[in-house]
Design a protein around this ligand. Structure first.
Ligand code: ADE
Length: 225
């Protein structure tokens, strides 16, 4: 897979992708991630990329010209163009799985109050939000999407099972709590069943614990179909 990120802050978008599992995936050629400075496509000598909104309103918007120039230079026929924005559709494990099937992602990062809407109308396949809160810019959101997508690419996770078994592989259910040694720590014991060696009881305990945790932390998941 190839991923291009166009942003005013390429270092911010790339820093979280520079370590650990994602770094290894990049080093072994499973994914190629490139950050691009949007100002490189600015046409004015001050490298400006923003302007005030038509009809008035708060703050500044990204101008269309540099964004169109960047996309037209970087996209190929099979490219999926994403815009990171709090106005987008909610990012989810299901969407990460869908994006992981693309051969090329081109991720545009919003800044200021947003982007001239002609960008969305003419260039963008998906507007994506990583949650109902507003970040200072889309670079952090782009890194979140990249991390979630890259770890799903074949060969990226050492143990292929771990991606299949975790929370949100079953979108209706969180994972059960997990424990490791020591069996007793500061007076708190690992649930006896987990050290019993009785596989059927362990399976049942995990199923119930997963339900309890989902009810406590994400009751909304029971309402969704
Ligand atoms: N840019 C600012 N906030 C964002 C969010 N919640 N999701 C995606 N992009 C953003």
């Amino acid at each position: 897979m190839k991923i291009d990120i166009v942003t005013l802050f390429p270092e911010m978008a790339l820093a979280p992708l520079d370590d650990s599992i994602i770094r290894r995936a990049r080093d072994t050629g499973l994914v190629e991630v490139t950050g691009h400075q949007l100002r490189d496509w600015s046409e004015d000598k001050w490298r400006r990329v923003d302007d005030t909104p038509c009809g008035g309103g708060q703050g500044m918007l990204l101008k269309p010209e540099p964004v169109f120039a960047a996309v037209e230079e970087l996209r190929a026929p099979l490219t999926r163009v994403l815009l990171m924005t709090p106005q987008g559709r909610p990012f989810s494990q299901a969407l990460a799985r869908e994006l992981a099937t693309a051969s090329h992602l081109l991720i545009l990062c919003g800044h200021y109050e947003g982007v001239d809407h002609r960008v969305v109308e003419a260039l963008v396949d998906d507007e994506i939000s990583i949650g109902d809160y507003v970040l200072t810019n889309g670079a952090i959101a782009a890194a979140v999407v990249c991390d979630a997508v890259i770890r799903l690419l074949p060969g990226v996770l050492g143990d292929e099972r771990s991606a299949a078994e975790e929370s949100f592989s079953d979108p209706q259910r969180l994972e059960a709590p997990a424990y490791t040694r020591p069996i007793e720590f500061r007076g708190m014991r690992v649930p006896e069943v987990l050290v019993s060696g009785h596989h059927e009881n362990i399976r049942r305990w995990k199923e119930q614990a997963a339900l309890d945790r989902t009810r406590a932390n994400r009751p909304d998941l029971f309402c969704e179909l």
